[in-house]
Structure formats: structure tokens, C-alpha cells
Design a binder for this molecule. Structure first.
Ligand code: ZN
Length: 235
């Protein structure tokens, strides 16, 4: 397999995209990051991005590979999510574990903006933490959507683009294990201490698996995966 020399990682500051960043740093000589500010309730995750980048750059020879970060503001996305959700739909989303800021097609927008940036940077690979395993309710996280999106972007830009999703079929326990494989305890410690998952933006309560309210669907999923990983790890 011939690895492309550079990649652009969709990096939110969450657990999944932190592991994706490490994954990319191991494979590509030049890795840039892009983040999106859209009025998310858990906007605190954006503050963690710089911290994680600084910490992850200390591992191995990754400092030489880590390129610039770009933040893209999409305030209309947050505005749409506030007005488009009816109360009934909002409740349904909560039952399904989806955030209140969820907007249908959100990842399609992110990928389109990331593709525009990659085009200007001469980068042909996008890396994202989309995953079918934990959230089957997210239609814009499925492999079939990514395959179609990769084709649409490559055709629409007349520029070959690959969308890599290393976590597509990995559950949360597997994501923790992948972090350990990629960067050992140093990386899992970064994930625990600095990556943010909690939908409520809680960074006041510390747990073995990191900071968060401990009750929202994202915290529960992260905690469950951590416990499973530790259990497997001890064997
Ligand atoms: Zn939470």
C-alpha cells in the first residue's frame, strides 16, 4: 500500500477525531487539521483542540508531521438546528442518543468544506471519525454515504479525493485499544485528560475515562467503551 504524503483530518477535539489524528500522523508525512464552529452545545471541545494538538505533537516524530490548523465558522448551521427541530423530533433525537444540535447532513457539509480546503492545500486525503458501529442512527456517518460523498467530491472538484474513516467499523472499546496501539499510554492519557465527548460540555467532573457529566449518551458510551477496553486489556 502506498500512503499518500499528506492528509487533512476533521478534528473536533473529541475522542474519535483525536484517535483519527494519531492514526493519520502515523501514516502521512504531512497532516493538517480542520475544525468547525457551528454553535454546538459542547463548544468547549473546540478549546481542547489546541491542547490536544500540542500534546500529541510530543509523541514520536509527530511534531515534524503536524501541519497547520484551520477553523471554519458555520453559524448558520447552529441557527438551522434551533429552528428546524420540533419538540417531538427533539425528544426522539434524545432517545436515540443524538445531540440537540444535530442537523441532518451535518457531516456532508463538513466534508464539503474540508474538501475545498484540501483542494487549496494540494491534499488528496480527508480523514474523519465517522462510525457506523455506535450510532447507526446517523445516516451521514455510514460507509455507503462516505463512498458516495468521496465520489461526488472527486467529480465535483475534478480532483481525486479519498475519505478515510479508520473508526467506521470500530466500537468505542476498539477506539480505546486503537489509541493504545498508536501511541501507547501516552496517547490514551491524552485522550483521557484532554479529548472532549460530553454533549453538555461538562469539564468539571473527572472520571477514569475523562471529563464529562457522566449521564448524557455520549458520556455513557465513552465510559462503557473504556470499561470494556480495560476489561479486555487486563486479560
Ligand atoms: Zn455528558
Amino acid at each position: 500500500m502506498t500512503a499518500a504524503p499528506s492528509a487533512l483530518v476533521l478534528f473536533s477535539g473529541g475522542q474519535d477525531s483525536t484517535v483519527c489524528l494519531a492514526w493519520a500522523l502515523q501514516r502521512y508525512q504531512h497532516v493538517e487539521t480542520v475544525g468547525f464552529q457551528y454553535g454546538q452545545r459542547h463548544e468547549v471541545e473546540l478549546a481542547q483542540r489546541g491542547i490536544i494538538r500540542d500534546e500529541i505533537a510530543k509523541l514520536g516524530d509527530w511534531v515534524a508531521r503536524l501541519g497547520p490548523d484551520t477553523m471554519i465558522a458555520l453559524p448558520e448551521l447552529g441557527r438551522l438546528s434551533e429552528t428546524a427541530l420540533t419538540r417531538d423530533r427533539e425528544i426522539a433525537f434524545e432517545v436515540n442518543g443524538l445531540p440537540n444540535t444535530f442537523v441532518p447532513g451535518r457531516n456532508l457539509l463538513f466534508l464539503t468544506y474540508a474538501a475545498a480546503l484540501a483542494y487549496r492545500r494540494g491534499i488528496h486525503t480527508l480523514v474523519g471519525g465517522m462510525c457506523e458501529t455506535d450510532y447507526s442512527g446517523y445516516p451521514d456517518c455510514r460507509q455507503a454515504t462516505m463512498t458516495a460523498m468521496q465520489d461526488a467530491l472527486s467529480r465535483g472538484l475534478d480532483y481525486p479525493l479519498a475519505i478515510e474513516t479508520p473508526l467506521m467499523f470500530v466500537d468505542k472499546a476498539g477506539t480505546w485499544a486503537m489509541a493504545e496501539t498508536l501511541g501507547g499510554a501516552a496517547l490514551t492519557d491524552i485522550v483521557i485528560a484532554h479529548s472532549h465527548t460530553c454533549y453538555l460540555g461538562d469539564r468539571t467532573h473527572k472520571h477514569a475515562w475523562g471529563y464529562g457529566c457522566g449521564a448524557c449518551p455520549a458520556c455513557q458510551l465513552r465510559a462503557k467503551g473504556y470499561l470494556q477496553w480495560r476489561g479486555l486489556h487486563a486479560l
